[in-house]
Design a protein around this ligand. Structure first.
Ligand code: SF4
Length: 336
């Protein structure tokens, strides 16, 4: 019976068990905490049906003001490094930062973390500019069914993403894609995803579950079920035992974590780091990982790892480092 039939016949646990065996055989026991670092709150496209930025486009008068301060971006990167979190990628809307600015930010982050950084900064033909500061290029596919994709993300064509990923491969970069579950896709659409991963020799798939933002057409939609999410992730793990899989889940859905790890996730993402640090929610993430028998790289609870209120990279980051540490320490007894 094929993978899609298994999901449709409510035999998802069979898939999860098989996926877990393959993950244990082909990957280390480590689960990473991943942090997407946002560059701006502006996107020139602003028409993806699920996206928070689509609700901002007509509200932001001056896109330059929606750019984050570079020193804040670097301070956040330094704190991720202290906490042993990975930087999932640099992410920003279209036409917020130039490619040269993105390269400079990536180079600073490389110098801080000693690890090359992934990019998820939109479709571009200008990849030649980048070199050892970049680990790989992410195509924000969101949904791999080409007809449905036209509806969900009309201004970033799958063909253009595809060409960018082929170009990234030619230049020796790794390739990742993002996929959102719960947009209204069908179980059969897994076939499109499998084809896309094969065709582009994808190294890393990042799954998210729908976050139903107010003022989008999804505002009253529910997030996808945990078992549907597990069924899709375990299907991809079974088809591609060696690729890296990152799974995003929101702070109101932490109970997804255990089953997503057993389905094949190597890393976890989408947490509001400084709001959750040291709280019962951060502890819950660590508990979820513990009961899968995996080891967590990085901490969600150890205040000592936050370190000093000043940067060891550049004193211009000090005030941001201090602000983020204060924010993390102030959350202890708060609910999110
Ligand atoms: S291109 Fe990206 S940032 Fe812009 S609206 Fe679409 S999903 Fe949002």
């Amino acid at each position: 019976m094929d993978l899609i039939e298994k999901i449709k016949n409510n035999e998802i646990l069979d898939l999860v068990l098989k996926a877990n065996k393959l993950t244990s055989k082909n990957h280390s026991n480590i689960i990473t905490l991943e942090r997407a670092i946002f560059l701006s709150w502006w996107c020139d496209k602003g028409d993806c049906s699920f996206c928070y930025m689509s609700t901002q486009k007509n509200k932001i008068k001056d896109p330059k003001k929606a750019k984050r301060k570079i020193n804040a971006i670097l301070a956040e990167s330094e704190l991720c490094n202290r906490l042993n979190w990975n930087i999932e990628f640099l992410s920003g809307g279209y036409k917020s930062f130039s490619q040269e600015e993105i390269k400079n930010i990536a180079t600073d982050i490389y110098n801080i973390t000693k690890s090359p950084v992934w990019l998820n900064t939109g479709i571009t033909n200008d990849l030649e500019l980048f070199s050892e500061e970049i680990a790989g290029i992410t195509g924000a596919v969101e949904t791999a069914n080409p007809v449905f994709h036209e509806k969900v993300a009309p201004s970033k064509s799958l063909e253009d993403i595809s060409n960018m990923l082929f170009n990234a491969k030619d230049l020796g970069f790794k390739k990742a894609i993002t996929i959102i579950l719960g947009l209204g896709e069908t179980v059969e659409d897994i076939e499109y995803l499998i084809d896309f991963i094969s065709k582009h020799d994808i190294d890393r798939v990042i799954f998210y579950s729908l976050n139903p933002h107010p003022q989008t057409e999804y505002e009253n939609s529910s997030q996808p079920s945990s078992l549907y999410y597990a069924g899709v992730v375990s299907s991809i793990r079974i088809k591609f035992p060696k690729i890296e899989i990152i799974c995003g889940t929101w702070e109101d859905n932490l109970a997804n974590i255990g089953i997503l790890i057993l389905s094949g996730a190597n890393g976890l993402t989408k947490f509001p780091l400084f709001k959750m640090f040291g709280t019962k929610y951060g502890k819950r993430v660590e508990e979820e990982v513990k009961f899968t028998g995996r080891s967590l790289k990085g901490t969600f609870t150890d205040y000592n790892k936050l370190g000093e209120n000043k940067s060891s990279y550049n004193k211009n980051l000090d005030k941001f480092i201090e602000r983020y540490i204060k924010q993390a320490k102030n959350q202890k007894n708060k609910t999110i």
